[in-house]
Design a protein around this ligand. Structure first.
Ligand SMILES: Cc1cc2nc3c(=O)[nH]c(=O)nc-3n(C[C@H](O)[C@H](O)[C@H](O)COP(=O)(O)O)c2cc1C
Length: 186
């Protein structure tokens, strides 16, 4: 810490790690530690709308089988293999209020918290990707995870150490995304 441009570099260098995970164990203790800081994300009304379910390396094969079984027969083996690729999975569960305004605020807070977590993990060279595959919307998967009716699975966070840093996905220049109000009617 304290290096010049430390945060700027961390934000620019962070990548989504989607493959090439090693066998090195991702422990529940480490993930709890990272979350303990990540939850300092902004949260309107102090609702802190998140909770977490960790599936470690030992539990992952059984979990992957159960989730894969919610897919049509011909996809099950592929989905089971896919869910076994990371070393561990963190399920992020979000409270879903009825009011659109509060739902938006909760999702914003949850996304901020996940970005905090992602950056903290990257700092420790732990690979992270936020996944929103179809199964996170499947009521059968919500049941497997005992997710309540007024809750949503915000994502499966796939976790694993990695050897190769993924390639940078370039961003569209801010020049194309930024305007001044006074330019709008010119
Ligand atoms: C809300 C959200 C959902 C995402 N869902 C998926 C996903 O389902 N599958 C996937 O491969 N990547 C997913 N990603 C990761 C993005 O594809 C990744 O961040 C993007 O390609 C940019 O790469 P970078 O993060 O390395 O810069 C998701 C990212 C976000 C923010």
């Amino acid at each position: 810490m304290g290096q010049e441009n430390y945060l700027e570099n961390l934000i620019r260098e962070r990548r989504a790690v989607k493959k090439g995970y090693t066998d090195k164990e991702v422990t529940a203790d480490l993930i709890r530690d990272l979350l303990d800081t990540a939850i300092w994300a902004p949260t309107h009304g102090m609702r802190q709308p998140w909770r977490f379910i960790f599936i470690g390396a030992e539990e992952l094969p059984e979990f992957a089988k159960k989730v894969a079984a919610t897919y049509p027969k011909e996809l099950q083996q592929n989905r089971e293999n896919y869910l076994n690729e990371p070393n561990a999975i963190l399920v992020v569960v979000m409270e879903e209020p009825d009011k659109q305004k509060q739902w938006d605020e909760n999702f914003g807070a949850t996304a901020s918290m996940i970005q905090n977590f992602w950056l903290l993990a990257w700092e420790k060279q732990l690979g992270v990707v936020w996944k929103t595959n179809p199964h996170i919307y499947d009521p059968k998967v919500k049941e497997i995870l005992k997710v309540a009716d007024n809750e949503k699975i915000a994502g499966f966070i796939h976790l694993g150490y990695f050897q190769e840093k993924p390639e940078k996905q370039n961003r569209i220049s801010i020049d194309e995304k930024f305007s001044n109000f006074s330019d709008l009617n010119r």
